[in-house]
Design a protein around this ligand. Structure first.
Ligand SMILES: Cc1ncc(COP(=O)(O)O)c(C=O)c1O
Length: 461
């Protein structure tokens, strides 16, 4: 089915298979997303109106509205009243698929990097925490409360971060938010006129969020010691986004010398945005405290429950320098008037009752076993791959020799219903990326890991 050029939108092929098992709405969403990713739909181009597209495709208008909304939510499309729906200007063409709403439904084995073991979400303990918290909370908390979150939740988070990460956390300077993603979005709005640097490679979504907010991040190289602070010092950046505990995606830890240099750089009003990514899972390396504990007035500390409990919870937090906390709280209020009180109540109780610590201990053991299974499988079936960043986190990175046809491997694996994510989208210039993959292991059983890596080896033949 072709969306015709007469329909005030671009000429575009979207195939809908009415005899296949896949629902039409998913086919349409996937088709449009693929068209954007592969560049067939270019940034800024206008899509047909939902009415016209529905007529062209012979489907209900609701189906098209839902597909557009889903892609707006994922950042692939922009919808503005009066100017219709357009392809987003962000580098969506290189964005990998995320989450079961899209691609993972098509895979049997999904090495998606950012996922914890979803089947181990502590349902009963969470329900108990919610029941307990709800029975104790004042009715006022069900109203419009402070956008930065319930004080009880902020106090519980501050205590946890002080104890486990050495964060100097004043509950009055904590803002709860919808994951690290919203933290980066709110900070981007506040820093809009500032030159912001970011690790290269770095998390593609964070780069997209910065760009979406009008910031083109200054790309700072990463080597075996983490972010290259000497290079950062030669730029005009006034803030830098970094993942010191487990660099995303390489997994290296910021060395002691670089930590000192970075905090030195941050003097004179500069800001370090510390995404304390994957810090909870550390297997065979010494613990490293958060940078924030060294200079709380120069660091924004970001954390979330996406790797520890579930990304679907959308619970995250920022610990802010005093001078930023009011403006970020106001941005949070303007964004959504605050995060769900129910989740805050449950999380606060889960933290103070010790449930969170117990869950983390249990998951750490499980992930360590899965990581070992992945390392063994790689050594056996893909000996040409060099493994990086395996000492912590819920994913590791593999690099292949230069010239290795990584895209071909990803495509062939996908045909075998195995999803692997290439490193390229993490690079500011994807074409310059070395051939490599990020392999998440936490949400796969040992058998799935073995089968998946064997399939990768077959795909390489
Ligand atoms: C580098 C990095 N930071 C943070 C997160 C967590 O994001 P969120 O809390 O919004 O789920 C992720 C998730 O994939 C990530 O890759």
């Amino acid at each position: 089915m072709t969306i015709s050029g007469t329909t005030s939108g671009p000429e575009l092929l979207v195939e809908l298979d009415r005899s296949g098992p896949e629902p039409l709405h998913r086919q349409l969403t996937n088709g449009l997303r693929d068209a954007i990713r592969t560049g067939r739909l270019t940034p800024h181009s206008r899509l047909p109106s939902t009415r016209v597209l529905a007529e062209d495709l012979g489907v209900s208008r609701r189906l098209v509205v839902d597909a557009y909304s889903q892609l707006v939510a994922e950042g692939f499309l922009l919808s503005r009243h009066g100017s219709g729906t357009r392809v987003a200007t962000v580098d969506a063409a290189s964005a990998p698929a995320r989450g079961p709403g899209d691609a993972s439904a098509r895979y049997d084995i999904d090495f998606l990097p950012g996922s914890p073991d979803l089947s181990s979400f502590p349902r009963h303990a969470w329900l108990r925490a919610l029941r307990q918290g709800l029975s104790e909370i004042e009715s006022d908390a069900f109203g419009y409360v402070a956008p930065q979150g319930l004080l009880a939740a902020r106090v519980a988070i501050a205590e946890y971060l002080r104890r486990t990460r050495g964060v100097i956390a004043d509950p009055h300077h904590i803002v709860l938010c919808s994951g690290a993603t919203q933290a980066i979005a709110l900070l981007s709005q506040t820093l809009r006129k500032t030159s912001v640097a970011m690790e290269n490679p770095g998390f593609w979504l964070h780069r997209m969020i910065l760009r979406h907010n009008g910031i083109e991040p200054v790309a700072i190289a990463v080597d075996d010691d983490g972010l290259d602070v000497a290079v950062l010092s030669t730029t005009d950046a006034k803030a830098v986004l970094t993942t010191p505990a487990h660099q995303s995606p390489t997994g290296v830890v910021l060395s002691a010398a670089r930590r000192t240099a970075l905090m030195e750089w941050a003097r004179d009003g500069r800001l370090v945005i510390e995404d304390d990514y994957d810090a909870e899972y550390r297997y065979d390396r010494a613990p490293v405290g958060a940078l924030q504990g060294i200079a709380p007035d120069r660091v924004v500390y970001i954390g979330s429950t996406s790797k520890t409990l579930a990304p679907g919870l959308r619970i995250g937090w920022m610990v802010l320098p005093a001078h930023l906390s009011n403006s970020i709280a106001m941005s949070k209020g303007l964004a959504d008037t605050g995060s769900s009180v129910m989740d805050q109540v449950a999380f606060a109780e889960f933290l103070t009752s010790g449930g969170y610590d117990r869950h983390l201990r249990q998951m750490r053991r499980r992930y360590q076993i899965r990581r070992s299974a992945l390392m063994q499988a790689l050594a056996r079936y893909l000996p040409e791959a060099t493994v990086l960043g395996a000492a912590a986190g819920v994913h590791l990175t593999v690099r292949f020799p230069d010239g290795f046809p990584i895209e071909k491997l990803v495509r062939r694996a996908a045909r075998m219903r195995v999803r692997v994510e290439p490193l390229a989208p993490c690079y500011a210039e994807p074409a310059t990326a070395p051939p490599g993959l990020m392999l998440g292991y936490a949400n796969l059983t040992e058998t799935q890991i073995m089968t998946g890596v064997r399939a990768l080896a077959r795909a390489m033949e």
